[in-house]
Write a protein that binds this ligand. Structure first.
Ligand SMILES: Nc1ncnc2c1ncn2[C@@H]1O[C@H](COP(=O)(O)OP(=O)(O)OP(=O)(O)O)[C@@H](O)[C@H]1O
Length: 822
């Protein structure tokens, strides 16, 4: 008969209480011996209270002849009737309550305590009393469940933290992890412990807890691994998911979030369970895998029907991973939990690898490639990548390159342009397949097309386990190059590489196909997978030499396993009990792989600095261009001013309207010059892109010359202006001198008629400048459009104006104003 720890404790307490009664001095010793004394005291008090309340309710229902003699307070330690006799009575009752309980617990049928599942959920901190209450409830469940008796399986689900030690029937804690040993030896050791505990395979549940001390350089997850062997009606039927005793857990509905870097730089391991296939259902296979809490995988081995000795014996194992996907998980669930962060990291210039591992037909290709309706990780990753690239295209330039290869029978082949086998070479980038085609991809559709093309070239054959079994390992590599300028104008070049690997599945060789091509393929696949396991072992054990060179596959995976890379492993498993061996093997290696640590790394980033001298010259060029622009604007303003002054002075000095109009309308010399030769002041290519190609010194020289020319032009204009002013002054002086000698009258002004009696034309009267000055009219000004005829003084005369009027089109020549010809 198996006694639970709680039962052992209660018996112990009873003995201690008796000892205390016999010898009160033992109280101190008891306290020292039991570190949980306080908790137990409280538990005891609570148990008593519970019993007291039960008693009182019974007594209320069946009133005793002396009902008033015993009354209970709400707290067991406070007795309202504190007489000496009552105290004795209550002490006696306390003892009898404990005895009753022990009796009941001892009489519980063993088969009722069949299993204890520990959920790693962290409850909020509770007061000790609450914990004790919890514990009591759990005991009650376990004990009361016995009422049902028989072999019925009872499952107690409780939180890890709230579980008192007394609840576990037997817990063997191995004090120290034995030195690293080959997997088979480790397996053996565990089995031995289990066998020792399981004994003859009685009815009771035996639970063995392993607490592994942290390995060298390994992050421990503080999860108690359990190996359980049961017999009879108990055992792992519920864990097997065979339909009986299904454990429902609220935590199942919780989302699993796995953050890169949140667990250091170790490989993240996920497990994906596929649904039972039609074929498997037809042959009546049962599911032997169950996923609980989205992280834990329970594997059950059902006994062989022909093995009558072990018919009732079940063997199972429990594994914990970063996440475990049940058969109902969608492709998107798998992608977003396992790979989406890797894609983001690749855009930051980091390397990432995802590889699917598992037995043939376990669902590796389905996870990686998927179908048209259910695209897998490769397709979803590429879609996501291009979406992200499109969103960031405003920041810089992205270039996506793609390659797709397979390793078949230890030869590497290009799937995008099949041809001769490729040779692997090691260079500073790592192991590369020489001559592998790198396609530049511009869109998701294009990549999809390339993928389809590559998959058509991939070697697949129907096998016993899978109609379309991949007989090769396929590696799709996507390289993303990202170029951007930072604030200092430096060019940052980031290169990230994402490797998506669909491994071939191993299959057990059968005697019948020993000499077939399939068996040769199988042998090669197994060889490379064996090489992969050796590498995993070496990496986990921290060995200096990792045998990557043992196979082409491990050579290609060197970066992903032990290099600077974010690596994700998806272990695919079948739920069928017929594939138990393969599933156990896969889970075992996945569990090992969890402990591989990848190298610390930084983003593959290259910064190209633009030399300071170059930036200085570029700055100088810009400054000079700006200065040039300002000077031109300034010059234009000066010219405008100058023109205004000229116009005003001329208007004041010379009444010739045409002169004024010509000044106003005719652009200044410099402007005319500019019009004719627009590139005379500035170099032809000052603002053209070619100017960038010229040496800055040359540009500076040209600009200086331009400035000089502009200054000279301005000087000339000033001189002209001064000259004109002088002329004006002379003219005024002359007029004033003439005016001083004779008085100008109308008569004087009128020219004397010639002796021939010939009358001068009226226009001759207007020869005098004084009169001309006075008689300026609107019409004269309008003639400004006429071609300028300049006199000696450089001014126009009215006669000229009149002459011109006939020729020049003016308002007078407009209809209604037409001048009659004499
Ligand atoms: N999660 C899943 N949901 C539905 N069907 C699945 C799932 N996983 C796998 N399958 C189906 O199981 C069968 C085998 O899967 P798959 O070809 O992916 O196995 P595999 O591990 O790649 O095998 P091999 O190593 O021989 O290539 C396929 O018909 C596939 O559609």
């Amino acid at each position: 008969m198996v006694a639970t720890r709680s039962q052992v404790n209660v018996i112990q307490e009873r003995n201690e209480m008796r000892d205390e009664q016999d010898n009160p001095n033992l109280g101190n010793r008891h306290q020292l011996r039991n570190p949980h004394h306080g908790l137990k005291e409280k538990m005891k008090a609570l148990t008593q209270l519970y019993e007291q309340q039960k008693q009182s309710s019974i007594s209320l229902r069946n009133p005793s002849p002396k009902p008033d003699k015993v009354r209970f307070s709400t707290h067991p330690s406070v007795d309202l009737l504190s007489s000496g006799s009552c105290k004795q009575e209550s002490e006696k009752r306390k003892l009898s309550v404990v005895e009753n309980q022990v009796m009941r617990e001892n009489s519980m049928p063993v088969s009722t305590v069949s299993k204890t599942y520990i959920l790693p959920q962290q409850p909020p901190p509770q007061p000790i009393a609450a914990v004790a209450e919890d514990a009591k409830e759990n005991i009650a469940v376990a004990v009361d469940g016995g009422g049902g008796g028989g072999n019925a399986e009872k499952i107690v689900v409780m939180r890890e933290n709230s579980m008192p030690a007394s609840m576990v029937s037997r817990t063997y804690i191995l004090p120290q992890q034995p030195p690293p040993q080959p997997p088979a030896a480790a397996e053996d050791a565990r089995d031995k412990v289990a066998a020792a505990v399981g004994g003859g395979g009685g009815n009771g549940e035996k639970i063995v807890g392993f607490t592994c001390p942290p390995r060298r350089g390994v992050v421990t997850t503080n999860v108690v691994r359990k190996l359980s062997m049961g017999g009879g009606g108990g055992g792992y039927a519920a864990a097997g998911g065979g339909g009986e005793g299904v454990v429902k857990n609220a935590a199942e509905s919780e989302g699993v979030t796995v953050k890169l870097g949140s667990v250091g730089s170790r490989i993240l391991v996920f497990v994906r369970l596929r649904p039972l296939s039609k074929k498997e259902k037809e042959v009546g296979s049962r599911s032997c895998v169950r996923i609980v809490n989205q992280k834990e995988v329970y594997l059950t081995e059902f006994a062989n029907e022909n093995d009558y000795l072990r018919l009732k014996r079940l063997r199972g194992r429990h594994f914990t991973f970063d996440a475990a996907f049940p058969d109902s998980s969608s492709q998107l669930d798998v992608y977003s939990t396992s790979t989406s962060e890797l894609v983001e990291a690749v855009l930051q210039g980091r390397n990432g690898s995802v590889f699917c591992y598992g037995a043939t037909g376990a669902g590796k290709t389905f996870t990686m490639l998927g179908t048209v309706e259910n695209p897998g990780v490769m397709v979803l990753a590429i879609k996501d990548l291009f979406n992200k690239v499109r969103k960031r295209s405003c920041d810089g330039n992205h270039v996506v390159h793609l390659s797709y290869l397979e390793v078949y029978n230890e030869t590497v082949r290009d799937l995008l342009s099949p041809g001769r086998p490729l040779i692997l070479r090691e260079d500073k980038q790592g192991i590369v397949a020489a001559g592998l085609t790198q396609y530049r991809a511009y869109s998701t559709d294009e990549v999809m097309m390339l993928l389809q093309q590559g998959n058509r070239n991939r070697t697949t054959e129907p096998t016993r386990a899978n109609e379309t079994s991949s007989r090769s390992h396929a590696i799709l590599q996507v390289m993303v190059e990202y170029r951007v300028k930072d604030e200092c104008n430096n060019i940052i070049n980031r290169v990230g590489k994402l490797s998506l690997i669909d491994l071939a599945g191993s299959e057990r060789a059968h005697a019948t196909d020993q000499r077939t091509l399939r068996s040769l393929e199988g042998a090669n696949i197994n060889r490379s997978l064996l090489a992969l396991s050796s590498c995993i072992n070496a990496l986990v054990e921290g060995k200096k030499h990792v045998p990557y060179r043992n196979s082409k596959l491990t050579q290609l995976l060197k970066d992903s396993l032990g290099g600077p890379c974010n690596t994700v492993m998806i272990a695919n498993i079948s739920p069928s009990n017929l594939s138990f061996g393969e599933t156990q093997n896969t889970l075992h290696w996945a569990d090992r792989a969890k402990e591989i640590r990848t190298k610390a790394y930084e983003a593959n980033e290259e910064i190209t600095k633009i030399p300071n001298a170059e930036t200085d010259q570029a700055k100088l060029l810009l400054e000079l261009q700006k200065e040039n622009h300002d000077l031109r604007a300034q010059l234009a303003r000066q010219q405008q001013k100058l023109l205004m002054v000229q116009a005003q002075s001329l208007a004041a000095a010379s009444p010739t309207p045409s002169t004024i109009s010509s000044i106003l309308t005719t652009p200044p010399t410099s402007c005319r010059q500019k019009e004719r030769k627009p590139k005379s002041f500035l170099p032809r290519n000052c603002f053209t892109p070619e100017s960038k190609k010229k040496a800055p010194e040359e540009t500076v020289k040209e600009l200086k010359q331009t400035i000089k020319m502009l200054e000279a032009a301005m000087e000339k204009m000033k001189k002209d202006h001064g000259l004109q002013m002088k002329q004006k002054d002379d003219l005024i002086r002359e007029i004033s001198q003439k005016g001083g000698k004779r008085v100008v009258t109308k008569g004087n002004l009128r020219p004397k008629e010639t002796e021939t009696g010939e009358l001068k034309s009226p226009s001759s009267r207007f020869m005098s400048p004084a009169v001309r000055d006075k008689k300026r009219s609107f019409w004269d000004i309008t003639t400004a459009n006429s071609p300028s005829v300049v006199t000696l003084n450089g001014r126009k005369t009215r006669s000229h104006v009149v002459k011109e009027l006939a020729a020049a089109p003016s308002m007078l020549l407009q209809p209604g104003f037409a001048r009659q010809k004499p």
